[in-house]
Design a protein around this ligand. Structure first.
Ligand code: C5P
Length: 401
């Protein structure tokens, strides 16, 4: 990983996570980046400009009206100098001002004056993060191509627990490395399937399952952040397409998912099957709503669906294959059996139930591959997805590169 001679403008706004931005400057400089820091007035109440000056080795800018700083490098010059602008932490206030095009301090003026891609790492109390005003501002920024990194969920400085923690400095650094094409999956085509499948019984009924799609969507986002060109094949879920995903194919049934995955996997390097594919479908789909007949069984006949992963594994040329094994019991045994039986390169096993799995925000995974395994402890699905993608990239390099 390198950021040699890359020019990064780090914006720091007012929030307790500003202390983590100090570590971020170190991490970016360790990889050879030139970092210049612009702070909002309120950021200086958390960390002093002198701290960032010492860490970046460059003068720190706070005000538009600092004559000596303007004489050394004017703010327009600084905006042009930057190859990437990252605001970490990005407060609710700075996001609002960016969304509405304000230029009422140095940092927002720099963002308007810079043609460089803008990355924001929000950090705020979970209630503030969930506020519709904050989410509407973010939606507007995303529409304009601003990349929103995180936030993560977990315990907060204010004592709350929830979404709104700034991503860790090394995660922000990795996102910048990937943005320059140097991510762990740079140049790789990755296909991810996510969500449930619905198998129609008649025009109003179907057989489905409780997969929310969140794990697969988080994996797709993490793979994109690691520099991959990602195609996401999504079953019926109401989730927005994650940032950076190149193509999304929406499907409903297992047969449709198989066709979409097969098409997307032609020439792909890695397939991660995170979808909960229905194992059976009704033998026939009634074209009219089935009527209740009191006292009589429905006698629904089910036939087996194709196994998408096993189908890919049977082809002579196929991508590196990663499966998921969601089990209620004997997780290790079933996962290892599935790894072998389906001919996979890696399997991510999790226990469903006990507050984890399909409908929960957290998950815990054990990864198995031929000859090895690794525990990924309980964490929000987004954090787990990043850890999983890191391991997939490492195994892929070990066996294919
Ligand atoms: O056998 P089981 O359904 O538990 O295996 C789960 C893994 O296999 C998941 O990665 C899932 O996406 C994949 N799968 C599939 N096609 C099926 C059933 C499961 O690709 N018909």
């Amino acid at each position: 990983m390198s950021l040699a001679n890359r020019r990064i403008l780090l914006g720091v706004s007012g929030g307790i996570a500003a202390y983590k931005a100090c570590e971020l400057v170190r991490r970016l400089r360790d990889l050879g980046a030139e970092v210049r820091v612009a702070m909002t007035e309120s950021a200086t109440r958390f960390v002093s400009a002198a701290t960032f000056q010492a860490l970046s080795g460059q003068p720190v800018r706070v005000s538009l009206w600092d004559e000596s700083a303007e004489a050394a490098m004017g703010h327009i010059e600084l905006a042009r100098w930057a190859e990437r602008v990252l605001i970490a932490p990005a407060s609710a206030d700075v996001l609002a001002r960016l969304a509405h095009g304000h230029a009422d301090d140095l940092l927002t003026t720099l963002c308007l004056a810079s043609a460089a891609p803008l990355y924001v790492a929000p950090a705020m109390n979970q209630q503030m993060w969930a506020h519709p005003a904050v989410q509407a501002n973010l939606a507007l920024l995303r529409q304009r191509g601003v990349v929103v990194l995180g936030p993560a969920a977990g315990s907060q400085a204010c004592g709350d627990v929830g979404s709104g923690r700034m991503l860790e400095p090394h995660e922000l650094r990795d996102a910048l490395v990937a943005s320059f094409g140097g991510g762990a999956l740079a140049g790789r085509a990755v296909v991810v399937s996510a969500g449930p499948t619905y198998e129609d019984i008649d025009p109003v009924r179907f057989i489905g399952n409780r997969s929310s799609g969140r794990m697969g969507f988080a994996v797709a986002e993490a793979a994109a952040q690691a520099g991959a060109t990602v195609t996401l094949v999504a079953g019926p879920v109401g989730l927005p397409t994650p940032a950076g995903v190149a193509r999304r194919l929406d499907v409903r049934s297992a047969a449709q998912m198989q066709a979409a995955v097969q098409e997307a996997c032609a020439g792909a390097d890695i397939y991660i099957g995170a979808a909960a594919v229905g194992d059976y479908r009704p033998a026939t789909v009634a074209d009219r709503k089935l009527k209740k007949r009191a006292g009589a069984d429905l006698g629904l006949q089910l036939v087996e669906n194709p196994d998408i992963l096993a189908g890919l594994a049977a082809q002579t040329v196929h991508p590196f294959l990663v499966g998921f094994a969601a089990e209620t019991h004997d997780v290790a045994m079933y996962a290892q059996d599935k790894l072998q039986r389906k001919g996979l390169d890696m399997i991510a096993a999790n226990r469903v139930g006990g507050g984890l799995g399909f409908e929960s925000a957290d998950n815990a995974l054990t990864l198995y591959w031929p000859g090895g395994s690794l525990e990924l402890n309980r964490a929000p699905k987004e954090a787990l997805a990043r850890a999983l993608v890191e391991q997939v990239a490492a195994r892929y390099r070990a066996v294919r590169a």
